[in-house]
Ligand binder design. Structure first.
Ligand code: BES
Ligand code: MN
Ligand code: ZN
Length: 492
């Protein structure tokens, strides 16, 4: 998908043209021009077909007199008061276009006055949404080849009203990079576990690093054993697939700048281990590496943008299988931190791989570390598919992440990690247990991680609900790549 800026007048274009109307029947500047050259036909049509201008509505008009375009799409922009309407309008446009199979479109966007909407934000949001909505899974051999996805259209030209258009192109490019990062994350999440193994994730990160010029090293099980990562290794021990700790360093910033560390849960398949899950819907546990996918997608986006910041991506990749060599409930392991863990439930494996990655992160002296994980079913129960769970030991960091989520519309909701909850993790046989009982499942999971992230500002995102859609539209969402990109862009 190729984005460009146009300064041409809408009636002169032969591509598919998109203009807007607000709820109060007010036309945008471009719509007004088309209405004038068509001698009022545009408005007549909209009126006779009772077009409301509500966000989420759109109407195709063909062969309007005075215009070169065969089709003009009028999109409802709503009240011009909240940005959700703008987001809905863009989604409407690109779903419509996908149906229409247009290959070249020109989009005329009014300057909006809605809360939190800037020109830069609009350009970015359009490009990221368009790219993300063009996604189609076809187990592409093209994964990472940078070629355009099969979705349509290939060419999107954009005109935003107003005079300050100098940086529109940059913002479109940023949005495109974010959209492509989301699509890479979706591909990884959608790939089956027999292909997307820990070693496959390591390979993808390595390729991406070569392509976008950042360094990648992969720690083998032997390396991890040397570091004392007994917790992480207890998860892969039942699987034929060896675990990988993937360490990517993107150095866009100054040498001495402390990095932001992103840590992704990369369980390429979660059977539950000996505490095996029930079989219904177990196929979906191939997306238990959604956190890892979002870290890889985010690195792809920021390295493509050449963001001047230092970011380390750590992916703790393993497969959680039951077998004769698998960890048993009741086993006690020693983590890299030295803390011992009683594994009461082998299905609470995400925290077991993450805790060692969080200890490993200490030696990177992070400015902040954010782990991203499809960690608990309990988080899906509490926040559903709308917000990711946010947990943090630092109020400023939590606030910063929250705001980035609202801006990018990849929202999060903070939950507490009070001492009262941490107590639920006590064990008679080790420093802590890996589960805290039925109550407050996503909180006790976060409290577990917090025990290992004591040396730096840390936040944890539970994306069990937001990374995946079930049902007919089953598939990976690419979240929270937009949130992570927004956060990092604001840190620059
Ligand atoms: N990967 C799952 C969490 C999950 C559940 C993600 C549903 C996406 C959708 C995680 O490893 C897990 O199994 N968690 C257990 C924890 C429990 C044993 C304390 C859970 O949520 O049931
Ligand atoms: Mn599990
Ligand atoms: Zn899991």
């Amino acid at each position: 998908m190729n984005f460009s800026i146009t300064t041409k007048s809408p009636e002169t274009l032969s591509s598919y043209v998109i203009v807007g109307m607000f709820e109060n029947q007010k036309l945008t500047e471009a719509a007004n021009i088309i209405n004038k050259v068509s001698k009022g036909t545009l408005l007549q049509n909209l009126k006779s077909r009772k077009f409301s201008g509500k966000a989420g509505k759109a109407l195709e008009l063909t062969n309007l007199p005075g215009t070169k375009a065969k089709t003009v799409l009028v999109v409802g922009l709503g009240s011009n008061k909240c940005k959700v309407e703008f987001i809905r309008a863009i989604e409407t446009i690109f779903s419509k276009i996908r149906e229409a199979e247009e290959t070249a479109i020109t989009l005329f966007v009014p300057e909006l006055k809605a809360n939190g909407v800037s020109r830069a934000w609009m350009a970015r949001q359009i490009a990221s949404t368009a790219t993300s909505l063009s996604y189609k899974y076809e187990q592409r051999k093209t994964l990472l080849d940078g070629k355009s996805l099969s979705g349509l259209p290939a060419k999107v030209a954009l005109a935003i009203e107003g005079t300050d258009s100098s940086s529109d192109k940059t913002h479109l490019a940023e949005g495109g990079a974010i959209g492509r990062g989301m699509n890479l994350a979706k591909d990884l999440g959608n790939l089956p576990a027999n292909i997307c193994t820990p070693r496959f994730l390591a390979e993808i990160m390595t390729k991406l690093g070569k392509q976008n010029k950042f360094s990648v090293k992969c720690l083998s099980e032997a390396d991890m054993k040397k570091l004392g990562m007994g917790s992480l290794l207890s998860v892969s021990q039942g699987s034929k697939e060896p675990a990988q700790l993937i360490h990517a360093s993107y150095s866009g910033g100054k040498k001495k700048d402390a990095p932001i560390v992103l840590v992704g849960k990369g369980i390429t398949f979660d059977t539950g281990g000996i505490s095996i899950k029930s079989s219904s819907g177990m196929d979906e546990m191939k997306y238990d590496m959604g956190g890892a996918a979002s870290v890889i997608g985010t690195l792809s986006a920021i390295s493509e943008m050449k963001l001047p910041i230092n970011v380390v991506g750590l992916v703790a990749a393993a497969e959680n299988m039951p077998s004769g060599t698998a960890t048993r409930p009741g086993d006690v392991v020693t983590s890299m931190s030295g803390k011992t863990i009683e594994i009461l439930n082998t299905d609470a494996e995400g925290r077991l791989v993450l805790c060692d990655a969080l200890t490993y992160a200490e030696k990177l002296n992070p400015a902040a570390a954010i782990d991203v994980a499809t960690l608990t079913g309990a988080c899906v129960v509490s926040l559903g598919k709308v917000a990711s769970g946010l947990f943090s030991n630092n109020d400023d960091l939590a606030e910063e992440i929250s705001r980035a989520g609202t801006t990018s519309w990849d929202r999060v909701w903070r939950m507490p990690i009070w001492e009262d909850y941490t107590k639920l993790l006590s064990s008679n046989f080790a420093d802590l247990a890996n589960i805290g009982g039925r109550a407050a499942g996503s909180i006790t999971a976060a409290c577990f991680l917090a025990q290992f992230a004591t040396k730096y500002p840390w936040a944890h995102l539970d994306i069990a609900g937001t990374a995946w859609v079930s049902g007919k539209e089953k598939g990976s969402t690419g979240r929270p790549v937009p949130l992570l990109c927004e956060f990092l862009m604001n840190r620059v």
